[in-house]
Design a protein. Structure first.
Ligand code: PGA
Length: 248
């Protein structure tokens, strides 16, 4: 099923999150042919998860730690997230890699710990502008996939998100050819690891997705959905993205 996931990053208080849902829940009612999810800040997860209990909208977290308990001031564990009835955890986002120094090894531990609690993972990968300009894109993607997914067998709980770092929050969307090439490359690397079962792993695109560009993005081969930052903060914009066929 096509997947439309909102990554709210560090935006919205609990009250603002619930306000968003007031408009958003009725507008997506009856949409059953695609999966919709929202990853708010940790502090909003409990209220959002309760408010969405009777809907098909999934709740996600934007981060997690790789131990279930212990002296790790400020961290949140997979078991704590599981307790809030969430479905997805975004792991390896480029902002986590850049500002919080998450390495492929840390990301691999987080994916394992999250899957042990039977939560689904949205595993983010993507190259920086410098890496693209020095023609290292495919080497970078290969390394991120191989290290991030080392010894991970639960492909059923896995979603990949290709997010070129230079396209995130910049308004600079990757070209159709760049997205097509990257997604085909990712699919092939997943096939190296999971053989034919890789076809069950969805690959999302992320980076400046908007109501204006969603239609062409969704028509690219091997694009199974999108991870949306900025545009998902506005219920109308996010809805236009979800119902992209209506705006050609
Ligand atoms: P953006 O963010 O849509 O604001 O570019 C996407 C993301 O970081 O997931």
């Amino acid at each position: 099923m096509k997947f439309f996931m909102a990554n709210w990053k560090m935006h919205k208080t609990v009250q603002e999150a619930l306000e968003f849902l007031k408009d958003f829940i009725p507008s997506v009612q009856g949409i059953s042919d695609r999966e919709i999810g929202i990853a708010p800040a940790f502090v909003c997860i409990d209220s959002m998860s309760k408010a969405l209990r009777d809907t098909d909208i999934k709740v996600g977290a934007q981060n997690v730690f790789y131990e279930n308990k212990g002296a790790y001031t400020g961290e949140v564990s997979p078991v704590m997230l599981k307790d809030l009835n969430i479905d997805y955890v975004i792991i390896g986002h480029s902002e986590r890699r850049k500002y919080f120094h998450e390495t492929d090894e840390i990301i691999n531990l987080k994916i394992k710990a999250t899957m042990s609690e039977n939560l689904n993972v949205i595993f983010c990968i993507g190259e920086t502008l410098e890496e693209r300009e020095s023609e290292k894109t495919f080497d970078v993607l290969k390394k991120q996939i191989e290290k991030g997914l080392e010894n991970i067998e639960k492909y059923d709980s896995l979603v990949l998100a290709y997010e070129p770092v230079w396209a995130i929050g910049t308004g600079k969307v990757a070209s159709e050819l760049q997205i097509e090439e990257a997604h085909a490359f990712i699919k092939n690397r997943l096939k190296d690891i999971y053989s034919d079962k890789a076809d069950r792993i969805r690959i999302l695109y992320g980076g400046s997705v908007s109501p204006e560009n969603i239609h062409s993005i969704m028509n690219i081969a091997n694009v199974d959905g999108v991870l949306v930052g900025g545009a998902s903060l506005d219920p109308e914009k996010f809805l236009k993205i979800i119902k992209y066929e209506e705006r050609k």
